[in-house]
Design a protein around this ligand. Structure first.
Ligand SMILES: Cc1ncc(COP(=O)(O)O)c(C=O)c1O
Length: 470
């Protein structure tokens, strides 16, 4: 029988049984009590410590429940066989650094930041009313499992919206609600069974898509874009065997052009002939600042090769983490099964809120308002750049909700962006968006969070940083 000292403190805030439990557990974890060692009987230990048997029993029962000790009939209660507790190699209390791509989690958007809506014009009052109603509805919902494909009301609203605004006729069973574009991309790759195969991406293109495809087990082939969008012939020439193309046909990210009709048809034809798939990243939806947005590529698809992804990140807020995937009708069943087993839709509460926002017409009004606001901020920025830095930051294009500027060749855009960040500005360097095509150096200047009073000073600061790096 093993004996070891247990010091009890009757004035401590913890119960005596908890103190006995902790002392024995510590003795086991530090190796003072080895596997197989017999613990004293309740009666003996109770007498030794001057406590009731019940107190010892409670401590022993907890040790047995947590698998530190085992009852072995006549052989008594013994220390269980368990691996010794060793500090994990390389473990540190500090969190490991997160990839740089994500440095601004949860922060208020900065001037020139891309991909986030206007903070100062977000419809807070309206949105909190909508959220309150959605919270009440969610609280009163039946406690059963919600539809893993997404809230039926939201799927109906999304299908109706796509028909009107993106020319895409689909029925709600084809719409799956996801955690934004990223969630939809993961679901699409899993659903199509594309792991291990090759995907075309646009060059330049959204860096997160490139990383995401790699993480999903695909190899990527960067295909150049020109004024018409993805160069399909170049893709066929360099990697005809790809199984997937991920494109931004509405407004190319980051250069902004819409994919021309002949290119759309060529891409669809390539997919048809090769049994390949197209993922359409419609991240801005109809949020186009000049003219009308071209219809979705998926609206031209006769052969069921296009999976369309939309997101509420730019049109409402990335805080929602909501988007949707529209699959060809014949795949709706398979994708439904995958959402049920592997990737269910996000919380229904937020889905109820977005469904109401769409149903009551707030979404279309909000989009109209944002288009006007962003167009006026973009025009003010263009005027400012023309006055302050026409030779330092050359405006190459207005693209989506950003202005693309080119820098002199001797300047590192990554370096300028890093320094700008230290000054509270968040332009995005252009060169990391390229993979193989000759990398242009430039800054992508998001227009959504510009403040007209500060704009001239902010542009001047960028010009100073560029001069300092050349
Ligand atoms: C090209 C592109 N696609 C998709 C997204 C949206 O992703 P999510 O819906 O995951 O926020 C973004 C956002 O920056 C983007 O720039």
């Amino acid at each position: 029988m093993t004996t070891f000292p247990i010091g009890l403190d009757r004035s401590a805030g913890t119960s005596l049984s908890a103190q006995i439990y902790r002392a024995i557990r510590q003795a086991i974890e530090t190796g003072q009590l080895v596997a197989g060692a017999r613990l004293p009987s309740w009666v003996d230990l109770a007498t030794q410590l001057g406590v009731s048997r019940g107190t010892v029993r409670v401590a022993y029962e907890r040790l047995i429940d947590e698998q530190f000790a085992v009852v072995m009939g006549a052989a008594g209660t013994r220390v269980a066989e368990r691996p010794p507790l060793r500090p994990k190699l390389g473990w540190s209390p500090e969190a490991p650094p997160f990839p740089e791509l994500f440095h601004d989690f949860g922060a208020t958007p900065l001037p020139f930041q891309m991909g986030v809506p206007a903070q100062d014009e977000f419809p807070f009052k309206l949105w909190s009313r909508v959220l309150t109603r959605a919270a009440r509805r969610a609280a009163m919902s039946p406690v059963g499992y919600p539809d893993p494909r997404g809230d039926p009301d939201l799927r109906k609203e999304v299908a109706a919206y796509l028909g009107v605004a993106r020319g895409l006729r689909c029925n709600p069973s084809q719409v799956l609600i996801t955690a934004g574009f990223s969630g939809a991309l993961g679901l699409a790759i899993r659903g199509l069974g594309l792991e291990g195969q090759q995907a075309w991406i646009e060059d330049p293109g959204f860096p997160l898509t490139r990383t995401a495809l790699g993480l999903a087990g695909m190899t990527v082939k960067a295909v150049p874009v020109d004024a018409d969008g993805l160069d399909v012939d170049a893709g066929i020439r360099d990697s005809a065997g790809a199984a997937l193309a991920v494109v931004t046909p509405g407004q190319q990210a980051p250069l902004g052009m819409a994919m021309s009709l002949p290119r759309r048809l060529a891409l669809l034809e390539w997919a048809r002939r090769n049994d390949a798939w197209i993922i359409e990243d419609d991240y801005l939806s109809e949020l186009q600042l000049k003219g009308r947005a071209a219809p979705a590529l998926a609206s031209l698809d006769q052969d069921g090769r296009v999976l369309h992804i939309g997101s509420f990140s730019k049109t409402i807020s990335p805080v929602l983490r909501l988007g949707f995937l529209v699959v060809p009708l014949e795949m709706a069943h398979r994708f439904g099964e995958i959402t049920a087993c592997l990737m269910p839709a996000p919380t229904t509460f937020m889905q109820h809120a977005v469904a109401e926002f769409l149903r009551d017409g707030h979404y279309l009004r909000h989009l109209r308002h944002m288009k006007r606001l962003y167009a006026s901020r973009r025009d003010a920025l263009l005027r400012c750049l023309a006055e302050i830095g026409p030779n330092t930051m050359k405006v190459q294009a207005t693209a989506g909700t950003a202005v693309v500027t080119l820098l002199p060749e001797s300047v590192s855009d990554v370096d300028v962006a890093l320094r700008a960040f230290q000054s509270g500005l968040a332009p995005v360097p252009l060169s990391p968006w390229y993979v193989e095509s000759s990398r242009l150096r430039g800054l992508l200047l998001g227009v959504t969070n510009l403040n007209e009073r500060r704009m001239a000073a902010d542009c001047r600061r960028l010009v100073e940083l560029i001069h300092a790096s050349s």
